[in-house]
Design a protein. Structure first.
Length: 180
């Protein structure tokens, strides 16, 4: 019995067509993954700004009837439930979403212990710039490392200076905040 396959149309895909389809799907998947990574990194900075501003507002509310911020520590912030739970690590440590810490202490602006000082540690360069811009309006002063990027009473920031100050794999950012 002889089969005549020459007159039948070919059905299915050729292996090269399947290979091209898998390659295209792989490229689309890689593009989606890289886009998601970018959005997550950007989202981490936004979350950090939101958590910091919320913590500041809660501290101001808790201390509204106090003459100053004497006794304010990270431990006290945790005890008063002034920080979001995602920032709390144990009984005395506040953490940020970059593997660093947030230290909270009173500091002197125009009197004794009349301001709050936040020190965020270990912020990567891109998060540093976004964080400083995000907390700019609620801060009296901001320093990145030893570089002051916002002075008291100043309402502008030089982005080139900020970028240079943040050009570090692991930045410490110190901000002071008044009672208002």
């Amino acid at each position: 019995m002889k089969f005549n396959n020459m007159n039948k149309k070919q059905k299915g895909f050729v292996s090269s067509e399947v290979g091209i389809a898998i390659f295209v799907i792989g490229l689309l998947g890689l593009g989606g993954f890289l886009s998601a990574q970018f959005l997550v990194k950007d989202g981490n900075a936004s979350i950090l700004v939101t958590n910091t501003v919320d913590t500041l507002k809660n501290i101001r509310t808790k201390y509204r009837h106090s003459g100053d911020f004497t006794g304010l520590t990270s431990t006290q912030v945790i005890t008063l439930n002034a920080a979001p739970r995602t920032m709390v690590n144990g009984d005395s440590t506040l953490i940020n979403n970059y593997g660093g810490t947030l230290a909270v202490t009173p500091t002197n602006c125009s009197g004794s212990n009349d301001c709050i000082q936040f020190v965020q540690s270990r912020l990567p360069e891109d998060a540093c710039v976004d964080y400083v811009n995000g907390v700019f309006d609620v801060s009296d002063t901001i320093s990145v490392g030893s570089t002051e990027v916002k002075g008291s009473g100043v309402n502008t920031i030089n982005q080139a200076t900020l970028g240079t100050a943040c050009d570090n794999a692991s930045n410490n950012i110190t901000s002071t905040h008044t009672r208002a």
